[in-house]
Design a protein around this ligand. Structure first.
Ligand code: NAP
Length: 259
């Protein structure tokens, strides 16, 4: 399918690895020019070089922490009013409800709620002026069904979800859509680190911890960054203009709910 977005310009945050890179790859395959971002410059440039070679699109890289005001300013200057915005950042650490104090919540809110909100505030006006725009926020299945050990993530991402629910309806008349993609477990370094935590806590090997988790997923496997990126590219396509303010689960059926 031709996604109809060849030549558009996208900012893909936190995209040197994992789900962000999957989204960058999906958009590059559709012919979209990119600004890619992550903190580590080497992995970022090598990911960008691979996508340039495979898809022939223009890619600018900005090594910066997207959760800081300075980092965002640098990234937004390079992106210069993109047509497409994909927000993403690292997830908060796991723990127990009694572990977290105010500073932990502020850090999680900064990274996973206030950063995407600041990026949308910066990018939406030009999209609305042009009468076309796409925003996809990478959130988590934890907004549909809580993951107890990820209380910081549950809290911050639910706040973002509420903001998107209202804002998506305010910008839709201008031809701009905002949607959230909710990953269940995907095979990335984030999943490895969560599995390592389980392996240590339960005295298992990493492979056994993963096999144990796979059994809880109806699809009996982890998702891949490639299939996640393909879903993201579709939400950014010209075919997806009627999908507004939705929370799309990609979890292999793991969230046991009728709707
Ligand atoms: P990942 O494989 O660890 O990749 C994270 C990417 O984000 C890397 O490119 C990393 O590069 C970049 N990054 C992290 N913090 C950043 C920051 N402050 N500024 C700029 N770039 C930053 O993680 P992932 O699995 O793709 O997860 C992406 C998001 O989805 C996370 O919020 C995660 O919690 C959420 N999620 C993931 C899963 C899953 O199963 N994988 C499930 C649910 C939710 P640098 O380290 O070089 O900055």
């Amino acid at each position: 399918m031709d996604l109809g977005i060849r030549g558009k310009r996208a900012l893909v945050c936190a995209s040197s690895k994992g789900l962000g890179l999957g989204c960058a790859a999906g958009l590059a395959e559709a012919g979209v020019d990119l600004v890619m971002n992550a903190r580590g410059a080497d992995a970022l440039e090598s990911a960008a070089e691979d996508l340039r070679a495979r898809h022939g699109v223009r890619i600018v890289t900005v090594a910066a922490d997207i959760t800081t005001a300075d980092g965002r300013a640098e990234v937004l200057e390079a992106a210069a009013s993109p047509d497409i915005l994909i927000t993403n950042a690292g997830g908060p650490p796991p723990g127990n409800w009694s572990d977290w104090d105010r500073d932990d919540f502020i850090a999680a809110l900064d990274a996973n709620m206030l950063t995407p909100i600041a990026l949308m505030k910066a990018c939406l006006p030009a999209m609305m002026d042009r009468g076309w725009g796409r925003v996809v926020n990478i959130t988590s299945q934890s907004v549909k069904a809580p993951i107890a050990a990820l209380g910081l993530s549950n809290t911050a991402r639910t706040g973002l979800t509420g903001y998107v629910a209202g804002t998506a309806r305010q910008v839709a008349p201008s031809g701009v859509t905002i949607n959230n993609l909710l990953p269940g477990i995907h095979a990335t370094s984030r999943a490895d680190s969560l599995d390592r935590g389980v392996a240590e806590a339960q005295g298992l090997s990493l492979e056994d911890a993963r096999a144990q988790r796979e059994k809880t997923i109806p699809a009996r496997r982890y998702g891949t960054p490639e299939e996640f990126g393909a879903a993201c590219a579709f939400l950014c396509s010209r075919h997806a203009g009627f999908i507004v303010g939705q929370n799309v689960l990609l979890d292999g059926g793991a969230t046991n709910a009728t709707i």
